[in-house]
Ligand binder design. Sequence first.
Ligand code: ATP
Length: 199
Amino acid sequence: MQLKALDINGFKSFPDRVQLQFDCGITAVVGPNGSGKSNIADAVRWVLGEQSGKTLRSGKMEDVIFSGTQQRKPMGYASVSLIIDNVDRSLAFDCDEVTINRKLYRSGESEYRINGASVRLKDVHELFMDTGLGRDGYSIIGQGRIAEIVSAKSTQRREIFEEAAGISKYRYRKEQAQKRLEAAQENLLRLKDIILELE
Ligand code: ATP
């Protein structure tokens, strides 16, 4: 899987639409302090479904929308698209190119899209599961993350290895199946009660 481009519009310090192209090999982003380098990594995290303001170095989620300067009015929404080369089908999606888009309006209304089709956050989460790139993936190593990993509990560290080994998808499916089973068992109990009452 290769990141092809990142399209940012109205997100944090990017009021104008900016498209960053990623070629093969290493891409370095350089610039003075406070020029928005880390905001690019935040944009990648955000489009992949990050829900924590703290991880995004913001307070409320709405704070990711360009808040304006003395010269420019605040933006009404933030939109980020991540374009991924999927020729190798590393994402379980039958297209050579996959575009994930997230948009958030000041009103709080938000949407996710995969190749233009409206989806749920859950769908984005599932698409990236076990690829290392998802919301909780290990591909984005922020400042202080290494220290966090080293000092993490062994169970937390295990989650990183599970994602890399490609088994978190199965853990997730197992949890989902267990929840459905519990719901079915509760329904069964209720049915038995009704049958008893009728007898
Ligand atoms: P450093 O090299 O010091 O780590 P950096 O280049 O990584 O800096 P960032 O942390 O990405 O810089 O960007 C910080 C800038 O982004 C600050 O000037 C801040 O005012 C601006 N910024 C963050 N959120 C918003 C927002 N919602 N609207 C406008 N500007 C914002």
